[in-house]
Design a protein around this ligand. Sequence first.
Ligand code: ADP
Length: 410
Amino acid sequence: MPSTKPFWQLPALLLAGLVAGALVGWLAGGRVMTGIALVAIVEILVLLIHILRSTQTTTTVDVSAPRKSRLLASHLRDLHATARQWPDAVVILDKDQRIRWFNRAAETLLGLHRPTDRAVRWPERMAGTELAACLDPGSSGLPYEVTAPGQPESQLSVDLLPFGDQQQLLLARDVSHISRLEQIRRDFVANVSHELRTPLTVIHGYLELLDPEDVPELAPVLTEMRSQSRRMGQIVEDLLTLSRLETQHEVTDERVPMAALLAIVHKEALALSQGRHQIALESTAGMDLLGSPRDLHSALSNLVSNAVRYTPKGGSITIRWQRTPEGALYSVSDTGFGIPAAHLARLTERFYRVSSSRSRESGGTGLGLSIVKHVLNLHQARLQIDSTPGIGSTFVCHFGRARLLPPEGA
Ligand code: ADP
């Protein structure tokens, strides 16, 4: 950095040093000249050292310039080699979605070839694979899982990141081992649930045969055993439903007559409530749904059953089916206990409960909202939950236009 000191500062300092030397010499017995000479020698030495140091610095800068660029080039080579050997597929795409660069893993996992695939447009190169549309602005849900185009037995988790000047960095990681573990977990749960079903049915059957009046001393025990075996049976049924929904990728597209389904759901709610709540049905959409009647019935009635179970006596519940600009919504509002905000994000996890005791007392399995979420996913619909503790909750299912059908004969 250039010095900002004024030009006269150094001569003034040297002069001041000489005057000080003369003064000290005079005080030390009138040896003015000796004082001046000694200070002059010291000043010359200091100046010499300073000059030597600055020449050394200049020499180092000159010498290090080529070394620095060699060092930079070697770092670049290392970085390039690392990116090439990286186990995840890395692809750089320019602003026209053309392939600019890719590493070795991209050759194996994505089936890209060097040099023929350089500068080829991604949508055209990936046409016919699940990755073709991943750059579309409308494609949601990234990162998502797809089958590897270059290795069909592998599953990839794909992510897109903005990079440089309007470029994009596509990262694809082989997650086959995680998918396999997930599959093992799903199979295990399904098998255990299936194996438990028969013995539980037998136990439940015998318990039903026993009349508490025949053994009055065991009456409370029998009642509790019956209620617990019913609960276990329901858990097993819900686990089997979840296993089936998890392995399913799509639903049968059947007409679901909504007027009839809403009437059934309303009737079930009235039966479950047994007069403890006011339950209203507002159906204005005038549309049917396209999907699985059995699964949609299960999801829609799950929400109503929750509203009844988590709303104290005297509360009100409203079931709505109405049009929206995007399609239609089915909602269930209640004036029940409500849910603290901290729990909302986790409600659809298996066995997640805000209050275990309240869920158990009300006969819950902790799997209802998981089932709702899976059913909605299979119908490309989403669940929205709004709730205020002490005020109530609203569970909304948003269905897209593609799932709507005008009622028969309309
Ligand atoms: P559960 O069988 O325990 O009801 P769910 O998966 O249906 O299981 O619901 C998960 C949890 O969400 C419940 O245990 C309850 O704490 C909470 N919950 C669900 N619906 C409501 C509601 N309408 N009002 C208050 N809490 C609710």
